[in-house]
Design a binder for this molecule. Structure first.
Ligand SMILES: NC(=O)c1ccc[n+]([C@@H]2O[C@H](COP(=O)([O-])OP(=O)(O)OC[C@H]3O[C@@H](n4cnc5c(N)ncnc54)[C@H](OP(=O)(O)O)[C@@H]3O)[C@@H](O)[C@H]2O)c1
Length: 291
């Protein structure tokens, strides 16, 4: 039977919230955890937290997911340093009060939440396949039900709103995970996406200042704990019952139908092509070292 003990698990957004909690739980279960974070101080604190909890020291890498070049360098470093990747948890996520463009010219919510994970997963795909049986868990959201996919204006040059941009990025997560599952068929690598529940984390720290008191109220009254939010992510990464489950969208522990757009294979294929086009704009002569 599949067991996580001794397996290598890469967790993006491992410095806070669901990612940090999942990393801690997985390390206590004997996984060899690899944390990805963007801020050196927060990465150091996350290493210390996981270490205190599990007694094991996770590997950690710095990468700002708003830069495709940084994601390329990360993928190169992981490919060089890790003999195997058995679980990839695509979890890092953010929101932006005002429309923000990355240095690559992509709207930042879409870039961080979807495009960076698309690129990282594609670059790690050969290693995941070589490590099979392996699992890819993409942390999406029930917000994807509100998401639309306008390929003529993916970056909301018109009508940007924080929640619309977030919903689109989470719809992209669900479409990507499903399309990836189709492309990985027969490889021994599964791909699923999950809504973890409404979890009291830092995810809304990028929301407008005037909304913060409301969000704090909301978080304290209606949101579940980080422990409860991380539980379905850990289950998808480890549980024997999900070993061969692929191409599903989970509402916490239950596979459910995502939105009708999220089920549209044509939209998924178009998003894949568009994502390839956006990541292929990368200059080819990027220095391959972690800065
Ligand atoms: N909380 C919820 O209610 C909820 C519901 C549905 C889905 N989700 C999803 O759950 C995932 C985890 O979010 P969370 O709720 O745990 O929020 P969180 O506590 O804010 O954690 C987000 C993680 O992503 C990292 N991150 C953000 N921007 C990044 C960037 N540019 N480059 C690299 N890393 C970056 C953060 O790093 P720093 O520590 O440096 O900020 C942090 O580690 C997200 O994908 C979110 O969309 C959350």
């Amino acid at each position: 039977m599949w067991s996580i003990a001794g397996k290598t698990v890469v967790v993006t957004g491992g410095t806070s919230g669901i990612g940090l909690e999942a990393a801690g739980v997985l390390a206590t279960q004997g996984a060899s955890v690899v944390l990805i974070g963007r801020d050196p101080g927060r990465v150091d604190r996350a290493i210390a937290t996981v270490q205190a909890r599990s007694g094991a020291t996770p590997r950690a890498y710095l990468c700002d997911f708003s830069s495709l070049k940084a994601v390329e360098r990360l993928a190169d470093a992981l490919g060089r340093d890790l003999p195997a990747v058995h679980v990839l948890i695509n979890n890092a996520g953010s929101v932006f009060a005002k429309r923000t463009m990355t240095a690559d010219g992509t709207e930042a919510t879409f870039a961080v939440n979807h495009l960076a994970h698309f690129l990282l997963t594609e670059r790690l795909r050969p290693l995941l396949v070589a490590s099979a049986p392996a699992r890819i868990v993409t942390v999406a959201s029930g917000r994807h039900f509100k998401g639309t996919m306008d390929f003529d204006d993916l970056g909301f040059s018109h009508g940007y709103q924080i929640l619309r941009a977030y919903a689109r990025s989470k719809l992209a997560n669900v479409l990507f995970a499903a399309e990836l599952a189709r492309r990985l068929e027969g490889s021994g690598v599964t791909s699923n996406s999950v809504h973890p529940g409404r979890v009291a984390t830092n995810i809304w720290s990028g929301a407008p200042t005037w909304t913060k008191p409301l969000i704090r109220f909301w978080l304290s009254r209606t949101f579940i704990s980080v422990e409860a939010g991380a539980a379905p992510v850990v289950a998808l990464a480890t549980a024997a019952e999900f070993e061969e489950v692929t191409g599903q969208y989970f509402n916490r522990f239950t596979p459910v139908s995502p939105s009708s757009v999220a089920q549209d294979r044509g939209v998924a294929a178009r998003l894949w092509r568009e994502s390839e086009r956006l990541v292929e704009r990368l200059p080819l002569s990027v220095p391959h070292s972690l800065s």
